[in-house]
Ligand binder design. Structure first.
Ligand SMILES: C[S@@+](CC[C@H](N)C(=O)[O-])C[C@H]1O[C@@H](n2cnc3c(N)ncnc32)[C@H](O)[C@@H]1O
Length: 370
């Protein structure tokens, strides 16, 4: 299916903030939240903290159940839970219990009279929200994802939890389940819109002309970047079945292929956003090799992933790393020095690392032939 990309993306519609902060401000804000969280956590005795950890699985389940019932889409103003249950056609007692849980998480609000209303988070959970983040709930609520996470164990050797639970590795399974693959694409597209804004803001695009987004999914990132940088042309490179459902944009072309075999040549800028963290070091090195072969002498290669820090922080990066452990065969988040080492055998030199407003980092590689 071909879809138009939305030209109205901005920090408010994609992230719910009035403007994109500099990457360092996001980092400082994450550290402040972490300190508050640590104090909050230490105020409880150890058994409570253990139970809170175990009960964490309920956050996932309640969010998935409320979205599956259509609650965020139906909740436009204050109402009593029974009327809401009637509107979405579910059991009022069951709904009220989940709503009470959701209110403690800020996903909905419940006032002193017991009436339930939307919050800023509810708006982002609606199917028609321009940020598209609801797709993450639909993706993470899938049986195959739940089974993979439940299969995450620590054995003597590394294992592929997704394959253990579902029989075959993640992308092979997705190609046999196009309905679920489309949901995965949509979840990636939500992050892609955000990354278009953060990369547009954080990097200098004036010297770029032709950008190839490797593993660019259905192209929301690239289309939104082209919209903001009118002098750019872009090629979306991904598996053939994925580019077949890409968004349309007059300066965007699609190229289907396999990044382990060949990456299109002739571009001055290559993007790999949340691609290398899907693969173990051997496989990530193979993809980078193909990119390095395709890249011209003056090209820059921009790799965006979550940052693995030496000391772990309570942030999305540490969760993304464990998610990669559950969904991939050795995929992981990496430190900046690990990226520098990964690039070396491929003839890529890490020139600089830029912090993004999203909290991720962009590593800019250049070819060592320069
Ligand atoms: C985690 S998603 C990231 C998508 C996008 N870059 C983003 O940030 O939203 C990884 C992408 O790699 C693509 N991919 C997987 N194997 C590939 C291969 N062998 N060649 C090209 N793309 C591949 C997937 O189809 C998917 O779109």
């Amino acid at each position: 299916m071909n879809r138009r990309s939305s030209p109205t993306l901005n920090a408010k519609s994609v992230l719910g903030v009035p403007f994109l902060p500099p990457g360092a401000v996001t980092g400082a804000s994450n550290r402040a939240r972490e300190m508050v969280h640590r104090v909050h956590s230490r105020m409880a005795p150890p058994p409570v903290r253990i139970l809170e950890g175990i009960f964490g699985m309920l956050d996932h389940r309640v969010l998935v159940a409320l979205c599956a019932a259509g609650v965020p889409d139906a909740l436009s103003g204050k109402t009593d839970p029974a009327s809401l249950a009637d509107k979405v056609g579910v059991d009022p007692v069951a709904l009220e219990r989940l709503l009470r849980f959701a209110a403690t998480r800020g996903w909905v609000r419940i006032d002193r009279r017991g009436r339930v209303g939307p919050t800023a988070v509810t708006a982002f959970l609606r199917r028609d929200h321009p940020g598209g983040w609801r797709a993450w709930v639909d993706f993470a609520g899938g049986d195959e994802i739940v089974a993979a996470v439940a299969s995450l164990t620590i054995g003597a050797k590394p294992t592929d939890a997704f394959a253990a639970a579902n029989g075959i590795p993640f992308f092979d399974w997705m190609s046999g389940h196009p309905d679920r693959w489309a949901v995965f694409d949509d979840a990636m597209a939500a992050g892609g819109r955000m990354h278009a804004l953060t990369l547009d803001a954080a990097l200098d695009w004036s010297a770029s002309r032709r950008v190839c987004d490797v593993g660019g999914g259905t192209g929301q990132l690239l289309a939104a970047l082209l919209e903001r940088q009118p002098h750019l042309e872009g090629a979306l490179f991904d598996l053939p079945a994925v580019v077949a459902r890409a968004v349309e944009h007059e300066r965007l072309t699609t190229i289907g292929g396999d990044a382990f075999r060949e990456v299109p040549s002739g571009f001055d800028t290559y993007l790999l956003v949340n691609v290398l963290h899907d693969w173990n070091d051997d496989d990530a090195g193979k993809i980078l090799d193909c990119v390095a072969l395709a890249a011209s002498r003056d090209a820059r290669i921009i790799v965006v992933d979550n940052e693995r820090t030496v000391t772990p922080h309570n942030d999305l990066a540490v969760s993304a790393d464990v998610l990669m452990a559950a969904l991939t065969n050795g995929g992981r988040e990496r430190t900046t020095s690990e990226f520098a080492v990964l690039g070396q055998p491929c003839g890529l030199r890490l020139a600089r690392t830029v912090r993004l407003a999203s909290g991720d980092v962009a590593h800019e590689f250049v070819t060592s032939r320069r």
